[in-house]
Design a protein around this ligand. Structure first.
Ligand SMILES: Cc1ncc(COP(=O)(O)O)c(C=O)c1O
Ligand SMILES: N[C@@H](CCCC[NH3+])C(=O)O
Length: 386
């Protein structure tokens, strides 16, 4: 990702900034596109992972759809060229204003997360004399075996409708003539690397599909969500997630009937490795027990380490050739919070004020989760050639 010319180019850029390697993004999208097309699967990009306009434009150029979680994302998807026939809108708390926006845009499908929401969408669609396509988001109670904070498919999670409420769903659908039932939707969590988890999901989806058909509802769309993980430890040697194995699990274990569509909502796996957060060392503080590298970027630019204790590789780009004289640093930001630490005890070459530091694998849930806390400016983006 960082050849000498790239690092040279960074010398004249104000830090912090996000650096996008558009070649990595393109290769990742190609890999996903080819692996999914083999089985006729449809991928909707989960825009919440990254809605940088250049990123969106490249993703939509591959023909992917968009999975949105707010009215703002629905609007951005359409503005950036995603076909409205490939826009889905999930979210546990869609406001009336956001539902109306989706109805006005004639999006393909609302993924509905409660029985009450079914009635609300029906009423709003009726007021516009429209029919809304809907899928039922079901909480399958499948353990994603990922970080506790980013599982979404267990009974204790707020997302989706629990299976014991499905009779109420069928009843509600009978009394909602302005809804068109399209299918069933699942999303059990994020940063999933164990393919056995997806096998368990398929088995559950098959059971639930049969239940719906037994209750007279034809399932046209099976949407199994996203969640495929990336390798945060080896961004250079394992850059592209194993899309082949991922889709093959669904090909092998999902009971797909003739005429049915299978949809996925990948976010992280498509964008995470394409970007790094680039910052400079402001100060080197040598304490009695610790050495600190104080960067000009912090939790306002990349919150994942502070929010989930997430691991990101950290590199000193100014001293790439110096593998010796390794020193241990707590790499911290300038924000007035003790948790504003990217990682503790990081082994790096001896580092100095002005050195360029890269925090890797920052393309997913990085820029989009930035905040203006401490009245900080937003970090800009810098792009490589494609
Ligand atoms: C409903 C839904 N779909 C898709 C995604 C994308 O997840 P990931 O970025 O892990 O692929 C998320 C986020 O976890 C989500 O909540
Ligand atoms: N933002 C989280 C994942 C949540 C995904 C959205 N449900 C992360 O950075 O890992």
């Amino acid at each position: 990702m960082f050849n000498p010319d790239t690092i040279n180019r960074f010398q004249s850029v104000d830090t912090p900034f996000y650096y996008y390697d558009m070649g990595v993004l393109r290769q990742t999208l190609e890999a996903c596109h080819n692996a999914s097309a083999k089985y006729g699967f449809h991928v909707h990009y989960a825009m919440k992972a990254n809605f940088n306009p250049k990123v969106l434009e490249m993703i939509q150029s591959f023909g992917f759809g968009a999975d949105c979680v707010s009215g703002g994302e629905v609007k951005a998807a359409i503005e950036h060229g995603f076909s409205k026939t490939k826009v889905v809108f999930a979210g546990v708390g869609k406001s009336d204003r956001e539902i109306n926006l989706g109805l006005d845009a004639d999006i393909f499908c609302f993924n509905v997360e409660s029985v009450q929401e079914l009635h609300i969408i029906n009423d709003l669609a009726k007021a516009k004399n429209k029919t809304a396509g809907i899928a039922i988001r079901i909480n399958p109670n499948v353990d994603a075996h990922t970080h506790h904070f980013i599982t979404t498919g267990l009974d204790e999670n707020k997302f989706g409708i629990n299976t014991w409420q499905l009779n109420d769903v069928v009843e509600a659908l009978r009394s909602c003539p302005n809804l068109q039932f399209l299918g069933i939707h699942f999303h059990i969590g994020s940063q999933i690397t164990d393919m056995e988890v997806y096998k368990s999901l398929c088995i559950r989806v098959n059971e639930i599909q049969t239940w719906f058909e037994d209750h007279g509802l034809q399932v046209k769309v099976l949407n199994t969500g996203g969640g495929l993980g990336v390798d945060y430890y080896n961004p250079d040697t394992n850059t592209i997630s194993d899309f082949e194995s991922y889709f093959k699990v669904f090909k092998d274990f999902l009971n797909v009937k003739p005429g049915q569509e299978v949809h996925f909502e990948l976010g992280r796996a498509l964008v995470a490795q394409s970007a790094s957060l680039i910052s400079r060392v402001l100060y080197v503080k040598n304490g009695q027990k610790k050495n600190f590298l104080v960067l000009d970027a912090g939790m306002t630019e990349l919150m994942r380490p502070m929010l989930y204790q997430a691991y990101h590789e950290i590199e000193n780009l100014s001293r790439k050739s110096e593998s010796e004289s390794a020193t241990h640093y707590d790499v911290v930001g300038p924000i007035c919070e003790s948790t504003d630490c990217f990682r503790k005890d990081v082994e790096l070459p001896e580092s100095f004020r002005g050195d360029l530091i890269a925090v890797r694998t920052a393309g997913a849930y990085g820029e989009v989760m930035a905040s203006g806390y401490n009245l900080r400016d937003r970090a800009p983006s810098v792009y490589s050639e494609v």
